[in-house]
Design a protein around this ligand. Structure first.
Ligand code: SF4
Length: 327
């Protein structure tokens, strides 16, 4: 089945959907416009499924559901360490491409040792990309997967460990994928040149990543500086199973209180504009690390990451600014 640019294996979809009596499908934003198409396909094959029309930012974005036997999540790769209730079948949507286009990225690569990183729906081509780069005379490395990732070389917006594990062995990184969400995190985590080869646009980005990341870090410093005036802190904790960090939230609460700040936990599954109306001066997100960074402009109130709170309170040095990751 073709969904946008991506190919979904119909046989696998049917095989997984037959594993339960009450099936629901869950789709990331980019594929939710195909909900009816998928439901009709299942219906035509004797399976009456439900559309779970909730946020789906990743394999992390699940809570526990009653009244459903199995969830079919299309377009995400599983987070192997999580225990999903009900069980979830992850059906990947793959983007097929000819790896030769990455030849255009080679003139921008610094040094001869390159780390290769990617994301779904391109990760199935990572070994082929590595081989292609090596044929061109480079030494290419792919880091091991973590407990949160399904494939070697795969990075998430909150888990760059596959790349950081090889960062000392390489001069620069080649990221195979679309958008800047992942390469920005990659650059901040490794602080080495990151070249992006976008298989959909067949376009290469080089200096752009460093520029965007430096701009973003400056903005984060401004937010931390502004937060020095804040007294009342709300620490946001989510129930989403791959984003829940209650222990960290409790540690931050104690830390803030040690520094004579008022701090309370807020249980909130999806962070939204409601936080503008609560009477807290500043928030800390222990949920998806990207909310504080990528969605900051949506909110009138400040949201910091746990690492930024440590800097604010003088528990960590400014020069040790780091990317908040869930590992
Ligand atoms: S970046 Fe956020 S949405 Fe993406 S996998 Fe990590 S916690 Fe989930």
């Amino acid at each position: 089945m073709k969904l946008k640019y991506y190919e979904v294996d119909e046989k696998e979809l049917l095989q997984e959907a037959k594993k339960g009596k009450r099936i629901a499908i869950k789709l990331p934003n980019g594929l939710s416009c195909y909900a009816c198409k998928i439901l009709s396909f299942l219906k035509n094959n004797g399976i009456d499924a439900i559309f779970l029309a909730e946020s789906c930012y990743g394999a992390c974005d699940f809570i526990f559901y009653d009244d459903i036997d199995r969830i079919i999540c299309i377009g995400e790769a599983e987070m192997p360490y999580l225990c999903y209730k009900p069980p979830v079948s992850f059906i990947e949507a793959k983007y097929d491409f000819d790896v030769k286009f990455i030849e255009e990225a080679l003139p921008f690569i610094e040094g001869r040792k390159v780390g290769v990183a990617s994301i779904t729906p391109f990760i199935h081509k990572i070994e082929e990309c590595k081989k292609f780069i090596e044929e061109k005379g480079y030494k290419a490395f792919i880091g091991d997967k973590s407990r949160r990732t399904a494939y070697n070389g795969q990075i998430l917006g909150c888990d760059i460990s596959s790349a950081t594990s090889i960062a000392n062995n390489v001069d620069s990184f080649l990221f195979i994928g679309d958008g800047f969400f992942h390469p920005l995190a990659l650059y901040i985590a490794v602080r080495k040149p990151v070249i992006v080869a976008n298989p959909i646009e067949k376009k290469i980005y080089s200096k752009e990543i460093e520029e965007m990341a430096e701009k973003m870090i400056k903005k984060r410093y401004a937010h931390i500086a502004k937060a020095t005036e804040c007294e009342k802190f709300g620490i946001i904790v989510t129930k989403k199973i791959g984003q829940r960090r209650l222990q960290l939230a409790n540690r931050l609460k104690k830390m803030l209180e040690r520094h004579q700040k008022e701090a309370f936990l807020i249980f909130m599954n999806d962070i939204n504009e409601a936080i503008n109306y609560f009477d807290f001066d500043c928030y800390v997100s222990t949920a998806c690390p990207r909310v504080a960074i990528d969605d900051a402009d949506r909110y009138e109130k400040l949201i910091l990451t746990p690492i930024e709170i440590e800097i604010l309170l003088g528990e960590r040095k400014w020069e040790n600014y780091g990317f908040d990751q869930i590992l």
